[in-house]
Write a protein that binds this ligand. Structure first.
Ligand SMILES: [Zn+2]
Length: 614
């Protein structure tokens, strides 16, 4: 996402206008998921155990409560039944998750925040039934336990289930254990940063016990039916994310923008970035409302009035054949102007809140129209665009951030800007197609999205100097990147004090360690590898990890392969470069209190040396 930029305030309510998109008849698409598995099912009930209630590594202080083990997430069918007037999920609302057990499971869990401390904008939902493979299953809600607890996830010690920004928890009980969850802060004021430390974690683990154990290797389907009001999650930095009520005009719908963990505030799921099922959305909403989700719009089907929708309803079907990470699931509902442009054979969806003024819409549209060109430009660095569609939605609620929802980028507050579109569109390769394996890797994809902003600035300089086909233009492009690097590299004060790979939830989406520091590290890396090799490294990472996720050692090895000189000394030097740029917290100030290794021609002592020659 683009960095948090503080609350934004909406302008006066604009006159509503609307256009309608003509779409075809809904056709059923069945997910290509085998109902059974041929994997050997040798485990007996005696060796069956509960799946892990987290995917976070032991000692984690970043959302240690999220993710669930013992199975792999394959596909999700979303069947929202949503009344935009009241902002409620109605009876019939459910999701069906298709998973594959990786062990014999007596029980397994999902993430679902059905209620929160935020009683106005937070969720207030009720699970009405759970079925596994079509049979009723029992369920309960449990508090998370800190990852790696030797006493197990039902540890009776209350200290094993407390929130904190840091490890150990500390707090009023001087809790020496690691945190079990990230605090849900209700304010962005710095004085409140540690206020949640030592508080009990909410019981947001939906633990499901099927009628009989699920054998390892088997594919199973879990259906969760629920009703009530979706809402936003109070995050560890005091901001909110999730399902934002859209009330312009009153009763308009909901706007979904969820990074990092807010999807569980409207849908139960395996809420961890590396859990990436494919999706079908079959959302039934009030007649006249539009649903916007990931992938391709397959069709709509209208229904006559019934008890739930006295003025009729419409089911929208969106299909994503590409896997979608937990925080990139888009599913907004409201009055939107939706159009589809096909450029070079690929659909680009363009959606704007219908209530925006005609002047604002045309201003926004001029920027949205740049998306095909931006995609083409970014593919020169990252390789072919990884998905079969792309798109933008401009919503009204002031969510304080924009987000790279897969193939449907969200802009909040009714406006869009070009620089941020370069950023979010670059995420389609970095974050969306190749997802970070965990939250500590957020810097990896935010750094590359920030690099896209730097490349946009260089492109503008190139254009002014004569264009990409001229020597002067190419020189201006390179000079712009060098100037960007030099300007940030001269930063003092707190710019270098947080290691990008060791952030806190408090600063995850606002600090230089997530955005500018890794962003200029990639400029330096481009100088070290040489420009063509840098692009080849990015293209190869797309091919190798696309559709899945990547760890920091995998990322670094992916660049090391493209060193122009692959000697032991150069590989060791590149390892040192990554340690300095990604993994080291420096004291306040510049000078030697910052990474020393830079690429050739940039301001540091340089990369080649110490036995590594070009
Ligand atoms: Zn971003």
């Amino acid at each position: 996402m683009a960095r948090y930029r503080g609350p934004r305030y909406r302008g006066p309510l604009a006159a509503a206008t609307s256009l309608t998109l003509a779409v075809g008849v809904l056709t059923a698409v069945s997910p290509a998921i085998a109902a059974t598995s041929t994997a050997a099912a040798t485990s007996t009930a005696a060796s069956c155990t509960a799946g892990a209630h987290t995917l976070a590594p032991p000692g984690s202080r970043l959302y240690p409560e999220t993710g669930n083990g013992g199975y792999t997430s394959l596909h999700t069918d979303v069947h929202l039944v949503y009344d935009a007037t009241t902002n409620r999920f109605l009876p019939g609302n459910h999701v069906t998750l298709t998973d594959r057990a990786t062990q014999c499971l007596t029980s397994f869990s999902l993430d679902f925040e059905r209620r929160s401390v935020n009683t106005t904008a937070g969720p207030d939902m009720t699970v009405t039934s759970v079925q596994v493979n079509g049979r009723p299953a029992s369920f309960t809600f449990a508090q998370p336990t800190y990852p790696g607890d030797p006493h197990g996830q039902n540890d009776p010690d209350p200290l094993a289930h407390q929130a904190s920004e840091v490890n150990p928890v500390g707090g009023p009980h001087h809790n020496p254990l690691p945190p079990a969850c990230t605090p849900e802060l209700t304010s962005t004021k710095p004085a409140t940063k540690e206020s949640g430390n030592g508080t009990p974690c909410p019981a947001n683990k939906l633990v499901i016990t099927p009628a009989a154990p699920l054998r390892g290797g088997r594919t199973f389907r879990v259906t969760v039916a629920y009703t009530g009001r979706p809402g936003v999650h109070n995050d560890g930095d005091g901001t909110t994310e999730g399902w934002f009520r859209s009330n312009q005009p009153k009763g308009d719908g909901g706007f979904v923008t969820t990074e990092p963990v807010g999807t569980e505030d409207w849908m139960p799921l395996n809420d961890y970035p590396s859990a990436k099922p494919t999706y079908d959305f079959y959302d039934t909403v009030n007649a006249g409302k539009t649903v916007l989700a990931n992938g391709i719009l397959e069709g709509t089907r209208t229904h006559p009035a019934d008890a739930r929708f006295p003025r009729g309803s419409v089911t929208w079907h969106w299909h994503s054949a590409a896997p979608v990470a937990s925080y990139l699931v888009e599913d907004s509902v409201g009055s939107f102007d939706l159009t589809e442009r096909t450029v070079s054979g690929m659909p680009f969806y363009q959606a704007q809140a219908s209530s925006l003024s005609a002047a604002q819409k045309s201003k926004n549209l001029a920027i949205m129209d740049k998306q095909p060109d931006i995609t083409r430009f970014e593919s020169m660095f990252s390789g072919p665009f990884p998905f079969t569609s792309d798109g933008v939605v401009v919503g009204r609620p002031s969510a304080s951030f924009e987000e790279e929802m897969q193939t449907m980028i969200t802009f909040a507050g009714g406006t869009i800007d070009t620089d941020t579109l370069y950023h979010e569109n670059m995420h389609q390769w970095w974050g969306d197609h190749v997802t970070e394996a965990g939250y500590t890797m957020t810097f990896y994809k935010e750094g590359l999205a920030t690099l896209a902003e730097f490349l946009f600035a260089a492109r503008k300089a190139q254009g002014k100097a004569g264009g990409p086909g001229t020597a002067a233009g190419r020189r201006a492009f390179q000079n712009s990147l060098v100037a960007t690097f030099a300007s940030f590299y001269a930063s003092k004060d707190g710019f270098w004090t947080v290691a990008p790979s060791n952030p806190t939830a408090w600063g995850l989406f606002s600090g230089s360690s997530t955005y500018d520091r890794p962003g200029i590290a990639y400029i330096a890396l481009r100088q070290i590898l040489g420009h063509p090799n840098f692009t080849r490294a990015l293209e190869q990472l797309q091919r190798e990890y696309g559709g899945g996720s990547i760890t920091e050692p995998q990322l670094e090895a992916g660049f090391a392969r493209w060193l122009p000189t692959r000697s032991a000394a150069c590989r060791q030097r590149l390892g040192q470069f990554f340690t300095e740029w990604f993994d080291t917290a420096y004291p306040r100030g510049g000078g030697t209190a910052r990474p020393q290794l830079t690429g050739p021609g940039l301001a540091g002592p340089g990369f080649y040396g110490g036995g590594c020659t070009r």
